[in-house]
Design a protein around this ligand. Structure first.
Ligand code: B12
Ligand code: SF4
Ligand code: SF4
Length: 341
């Protein structure tokens, strides 16, 4: 059987919603754009982006045996409108990708199972699996493999799944006929650029991570700059606004693998503010949220409380104003002062 059809069928059997093939080579333009992003400092404090740039820009610099890349997408389309939670200001909004089980675990498990199938089927060939954390340019590879295109919000958009696809890859020594690359279907639309609460897009297709709520709440360790705090609203972990407004989402299906309860998507801020380290770990066991640790999480909750307009939440902020973590204590004082005004 032709490897393309057999691998695509095996990928679907593992629960992947999208699969495409490309050669393990990226054009020089990807490296040039990554360099420009770093030179402008748009990656903020994500210093790990500066390391292993050769590998990130070129698959064979990461693994010389790579001949083909199998790009895989897992749909995580939400059931309702993820932006509806933003109006419940005494509750938190947690971005869709983090509401269910940690996608790294879910995607990795499926990639490994598909990899085992490949190793059995094509003996003598080698492979490596990646999701998110390795120095791999996942979006350019997915576009080149025909899964979709990098939209103006910089994420991969698919005609079938909209903006809601997790990406993962299998690099393999097997030669597989490539797919045609995905074409850009953004046209005149600029909905994502206009929806961004912190104006994080200096231009279409370019993101200044330092202004992005996803970066500020997940990657950034210090105090959140005051200029961004009011615009964050109740978004305490990640942000979905630019993804949610994309018109291509109307073709997306709801994802069963990641469906979340209301308690996971939109929990009361007071309940979150009361978590201690053990409570935080227990509550977010198996979730991507656990990775940021309780102090950074509470810092974000304080910003949500400060933006809630709900004076009943003031004691929940005051409870942290004397925290031994100076970043959390400062965020708590900011929140308490906002609610006193
Ligand atoms: C660093 C990172 C972040 C950073 C920076 C995001 C960014 N856009 O770079 C932060 C923390 C902000 C972030 C946030 C999010 N992330 Co993130 N992140 C990554 C990571 C680890 C690396 C991305 C990267 O290399 N960035 C550097 C920039 C320069 O690369 P780039 O975006 O590809 O930039 C290209 C464009 O700018 C383009 N370009 C520049 N000029 C022009 C001009 C034209 C005309 C064109 C066409 C292109 C173009 O060329 C550049 C190079 O290819 C990837 C995983 C991975 N290993 O790839 C996940 C990843 C991109 N993240 C993902 C997700 C889900 C998110 C969030 C939605 C999470 C959330 N809900 O909060 C948000 C979305 C924010 C947004 N609008 O991008 C998914 C995206 C899946 C998809 N469908 O694309 C990925 C692929 C993880 C995964 N395995 O699924 N993320
Ligand atoms: S994730 Fe939110 S803050 Fe970041 S670019 Fe998109 S809309 Fe802006
Ligand atoms: S919202 Fe519009 S501009 Fe942004 S990615 Fe979707 S189609 Fe492209």
């Amino acid at each position: 059987m032709n490897p393309r059809a057999a691998i695509a069928a095996a990928a679907r059997a593992q629960g992947f919603d999208a699969v495409g093939f490309t050669q393990a080579v990226l054009p020089d333009e990807v490296r040039a754009r990554l360099d420009a992003h770093l030179a402008a400092g748009e990656h903020g404090s994500m210093e790990w982006m500066e390391r292993r740039m050769e590998q990130r820009a070129q698959p064979r610099a990461l693994w010389p045996e790579a001949v083909s890349v199998i790009s895989l997408g897992l749909n995580y389309g939400p059931e309702g409108d993820p932006m509806a939670a933003l109006a419940r200001r005494s509750h938190a909004t947690i971005s869709v990708y983090a509401q269910g089980r940690d996608y790294h675990d879910v995607v990795k498990k499926r990639l490994k199972a598909l990899g085992q199938w490949l190793a059995r089927e094509y003996r003598g060939e080698q492979l490596k699996v990646f999701v998110d954390t390795a120095p791999v340019a996942e979006k350019p590879l997915a576009q080149q493999a025909g899964l979709g295109w990098q939209g103006k919000h910089t994420n991969l958009v698919s005609r079938r799944h909209g903006s809601w696809l997790f990406l993962g890859e299998i690099f393999t020594s097997l030669a597989i006929e490539p797919d045609p690359p995905g074409g850009d279907h953004c046209g005149q639309c600029r909905a994502c650029l206009d929806a961004c609460p912190t104006r994080a897009f200096p231009a279409p297709y370019r993101l200044d991570a330092r202004r992005c709520i996803s970066y500020l709440t997940i990657e950034h360790a210090g105090p959140i700059p005051e200029e961004f705090r009011p615009a964050m609203g109740n978004r305490i972990y990640g942000c979905d606004d630019c993804l949610a407004v994309c018109p291509w989402n109307k073709f997306a299906q709801t994802a069963r693998a990641f469906s979340a309860s209301e308690a996971a998507a939109n929990p009361p801020l007071a309940e979150l503010a009361a978590l201690d380290d053990a409570g935080f770990r227990a509550r977010f066991s198996g979730s991507a949220i656990k990775r940021i640790g309780v102090a950074r999480f509470l810092r974000n909750v304080m910003i949500g409380i400060g933006n809630s307009g709900d004076p009943a939440l003031r004691p929940a902020a005051q409870a942290h104003t004397e925290s031994t973590d100076p970043v959390l204590a400062e965020a708590a004082r900011w929140a308490a002062a906002r609610l006193a005004a």
